[in-house]
Design a protein around this ligand. Structure first.
Ligand SMILES: [Mg+2]
Length: 268
């Protein structure tokens, strides 16, 4: 047990981004002609909030992002699992490109577009299961997005929430086989969505449309791992996980304030 913990601690230390690596990143970023910046929202730019609408981007970060967007040759996307309506409420006032619902919706030049052609008939078959778990877990709730169903348990009693989430995942595993669906086990959310949706495939699409000589991708959650995995063999991509946990990202930063300070340096 102790040796496993030591290994994990070592692993945590190995890819925590140090000063030299940060300086190299800033240097490469400055020299690149075509940059792609992919930023998750909750847990990466803002803290998780009990009421999701409270996760407002602070003014100083709005200014930093606008400076980054305004630099020639820089393509910036917020890439989130939130519904497009939900994320638009928070970011609609900023001229930024947004990938919502794990890639199912993209906002460019102020307009939202569907990226997938899913018939969402499957949802009605899944509501009873989601509702049953919601009834068993006070303060949890179901969110219906355009192309997914999400069960949130952030506000529930933590132990019960976790237990119910495991039960929901077990039930869903038995159901998804006859559909073209997958399960995302996120930060206090369990989500069912079509197989072709995900941050990995969203990023792949961006790559098919454009070439870049420097990529920066930052996220904190299990759903960001698909994005990190896509960049595993891209030597010009820097991937960063925010916070603890095993990851496929090349580096880690401890907190959202470290992300903000890195972005500030890039905006200069
Ligand atoms: Mg996140």
């Amino acid at each position: 047990m102790s040796s496993r913990n030591e290994k994990e601690t070592l692993f945590e230390l190995v890819n925590l981004m140090n000063k030299k690596e940060k300086a190299e990143l800033i240097d490469k970023y400055g020299k690149a002609g075509k940059r792609l910046v992919l930023l998750d929202y909750d847990g990466t730019l803002v803290n998780y909030e009990l009421i999701p609408d409270d996760a407002i981007l602070p003014e100083h970060l709005v200014d930093i992002l606008i400076k980054i967007i305004d630099k020639p040759g820089t393509n910036v996307f917020i890439i989130s699992g939130r519904s497009h309506n939900d994320i638009d409420k928070l970011l609609g006032h900023i001229p930024i490109k947004i990938i919502a619902e794990h890639g199912a919706m993209i906002k460019e030049n102020g307009h939202w577009k569907n990226q997938i052609s899913d018939n969402d008939q499957w949802k009605k078959d899944f509501f009873p299961t989601f509702n049953r778990i919601t009834d068993a877990c006070p303060k949890s709730f179901v969110e219906e997005k355009s192309f997914s169903l999400t069960w949130h348990y952030r506000n529930a009693e933590p132990e019960l929430g976790y237990e119910c989430s495991r039960e929901l995942i077990q039930l869903l595993k038995g159901m998804i086989n006859s559909y073209n669906l997958k399960i995302l086990d996120g930060n206090k959310v369990v989500e069912v969505l079509t197989i072709e949706t995900g941050k990995g495939s969203a990023v792949k699409k961006l790559f098919e449309q454009n070439s870049y000589d420097f990529i920066l991708s930052i996220g904190d959650d299990a759903t960001d791992e698909e994005m990190f995995e896509f960049f595993l063999h891209q030597s010009n991509a820097i991937t960063i996980k925010v916070g603890e946990g095993v990851t496929q990202a090349r580096y880690k930063l401890n907190s959202i304030s470290e992300v903000a300070s890195l972005l500030k340096q890039l905006s200069g």
